[in-house]
Unconditional design. Structure first.
Length: 304
C-alpha cells in the first residue's frame, strides 16, 4: 500500500464515521430510480455521458474547498495511479450503464435483485481477497443466493444478466476503490476526469453532428435533468467512497441491502412492475441469506 493512503484506508476495520457516510449514500441511492425514470426517454449512453461530465465540476469544487487539489495533480502524473483509476472507472461505467438501462426499460426489480445479491458477493470477496473468515451461516447465505440465481436462470432460459452484471461490477468496484492508494474524493474526481474525454466527445457528437442530443435541443426539462445528473451521481458516490475507506468490505456488504430494499419497493408500488413466480421464490431466498448472515455477524459481535 502506498504511503499516500491514510491509516483508515489500510486498516480492515469499521468506524462510526464510515457507517454514517455509507448509510447516507445508500439512502440517496435508494431514491435514485425515481430520478432515472424521468430520463427513461433518453439513451443510457447519453445519460452516462452527462453523469460523468457534470460530476467533474462538482467533485473539483469539493476538492478545492478542502484544499486537496495537489493530490489530484500528483495522481495525474502517476501512471500507476492512472491505471488503477482507469480500472475503477471502467467498472463504474459498466454499473451505471446497466443500471440506467434497467430502470428505463422497466427492469427495476432486476436492478434490486442485483444489489440484493451484491452484499453476499462482497462477503465472498472479503473472504477470498481480504482473508475475512467465513462462518458456516455465511456460507449457507451465499449458497441461498446461488440457488436464487439458478431459479431465475431456469425460469428465464438464461442467467439473469442484469442482476449479475450489477452485482459483480459493484462488488469489484468496491474492492478496488478500497485498495486505491488515493483519497476517496480525489479518486472519484480522477475517475470522472478519465471518463470525461469520451463523454465530452460523445455529447458533442450528439448535439452538433447527429442532432440526437437532448441537452439543449429538447427543452428546459431535459436540460435540467441531464445537468442534475452530476449532483445525483457525485454526491452519493463521494459520500460512499469516504465510507468505504473506513469500513470492512463485509460491513459494506450488509449495509448495501438498504438501497435495493428501497428500489424493490419503488419498483412494486411506484413503477408497478409485476412479480412473477420465479422472483417470488428468488427474492425470499436472498432475503433469507441476508438475514442469516446478519444474525451470524451480530452473534459474533456479541461474543467479542
Amino acid at each position: 500500500m502506498s504511503a499516500e493512503a491514510s491509516p483508515p484506508a489500510i486498516k480492515n476495520e469499521d468506524s462510526a464515521r464510515g457507517f454514517a457516510f455509507a448509510l447516507t449514500a445508500y439512502l440517496l441511492w435508494g431514491f435514485l430510480p425515481i430520478y432515472m425514470k424521468a430520463l427513461a426517454h433518453i439513451s443510457p449512453a447519453e445519460v452516462i455521458a452527462h453523469r460523468v461530465l457534470w460530476s467533474v465540476p462538482i467533485a473539483g469544487l469539493v476538492l478545492f474547498a478542502l484544499g486537496r487539489t495537489q493530490e489530484i495533480r500528483d495522481a495525474l502524473r502517476s501512471p500507476r495511479m492512472l491505471a488503477m483509476a482507469a480500472l475503477t472507472a471502467a467498472l463504474i461505467t459498466v454499473n451505471w450503464g446497466t443500471y440506467v438501462w434497467a430502470i428505463g426499460a422497466g427492469h427495476s426489480l432486476d436492478a434490486a435483485m442485483g444489489y440484493f445479491i451484491n452484499p453476499l458477493i462482497s462477503i465472498f470477496m472479503g473472504s477470498v481477497l481480504l482473508k475475512e473468515k467465513l462462518r458456516p451461516a455465511q456460507i449457507v447465505a451465499i449458497g441461498l443466493a446461488a440457488i436464487a440465481v439458478v431459479v431465475l436462470a431456469v425460469d428465464g432460459g438464461g442467467l439473469p444478466w442484469v442482476a449479475l452484471t450489477l452485482a459483480f461490477s459493484w462488488a469489484f468496484y468496491a474492492f478496488f476503490r478500497k485498495t486505491l492508494p488515493l483519497g476517496p474524493n480525489q479518486g472519484f474526481l480522477l475517475e470522472v476526469l478519465i471518463l470525461s474525454v469520451p463523454a465530452v466527445l460523445y455529447i458533442v457528437y450528439l448535439e452538433f453532428f447527429s442532432g440526437e442530443g437532448h441537452f439543449v435541443q429538447t427543452g428546459f426539462s431535459d436540460t435540467a435533468l441531464l445537468f442534475g445528473c452530476g449532483i445525483v451521481t457525485a454526491a452519493p458516490l463521494m459520500i460512499y467512497a469516504n465510507g468505504a475507506k473506513l469500513l470492512k468490505l463485509s460491513t459494506i456488504g450488509i449495509m448495501q441491502y438498504i438501497a435495493p430494499t428501497m428500489i424493490f419497493l419503488i419498483a412494486i408500488f411506484v413503477f408497478h412492475e409485476p412479480l412473477d413466480t420465479a422472483r417470488m421464490i428468488a427474492f425470499p431466498l436472498i432475503w433469507a441469506g441476508l438475514v442469516l448472515y446478519t444474525w451470524s455477524m451480530l452473534n459474533a459481535t456479541r461474543g467479542r
